[in-house]
Design a protein around this ligand. Sequence first.
Ligand code: GLU
Length: 298
Amino acid sequence: MTSPAPSPYVGRFAPSPTGPLHAGSLVAALASWLDARAQGGRWLLRIEDVDTPRCVPGADQVILAQLAALGLVPDEPPVYQSQRGLLYQAALDSLVARNLAYPCACTRADIAQANAALGLVKPRHGELVYPGTCRPENGGLRGRAPRAWRLRVPQGQAARWGWQDRRLGAQTQALDTTVGDFVVRRADGLWAYQLAVVVDDAAQGITHIVRGEDLADNTPRQQWLQQCLALPTPVYLHTPLVLGPHGEKLSKQHGAKALQACDALTDIHGAGLVLGLDASEITLENWLKTAVNAWPWA
Ligand code: GLU
């Protein structure tokens, strides 16, 4: 009897085109590339341009050029989330048809008020837990105009979501008390990150997700959504964050500097150090080769 062939590895880097790559996003790009290469897999690129107000025209091309200069070249042309609305709509339709998603009329102020009435005043990372006000069984829209669409999360014991991260180990999150029913289509009509990312990871056949640790607490929501849509769950690895001088996460909003396009080796060496790789090769090509062999997570 022959054993089945191992499933092929498909990884991805999924930047939002809100500006050029910075030291933090380079770590995620490099780690996802190294993991794919170390495991003989393919590496895809997805431009996450659903949040159009935050996108900067031309930033996708800048990111592609930066990646190419760093020797990180995707195995297929990039896909753009802005062109995939029909897929997201089909996913939402399927959730609604099964009463897993429902329309919500609440504003942020409504949610804050409902939280306060329940004695839940502390927002998690500034996000308010949705208390289920517009769930159909709680009275639904009550004549108010629908704004966003929300996905139901399990309640009680079933809400304790356990998952495994290759670097962080066993993780848990109580979906009901830390997140609540979450938005899959926003009040401004845009597709929510959670829905788009889950639909696309499945559509692109992604088997391994490697991304920054700041996204780790989205994983239970995404795995729950995968389950609701009967999609496979990839394997997860969340990489260390690059912190600013005051311990804050680097992001374009906090003025993180773009990479020095003229010195790819310095940039990649810096990103490697964050990942525990201290190769001192003098050409980019050799650095990448050495790093693939030294990649600790393979
Ligand atoms: N587009 C997201 C970001 O740039 C990454 C999404 C993901 O890797 O799941 O932060």
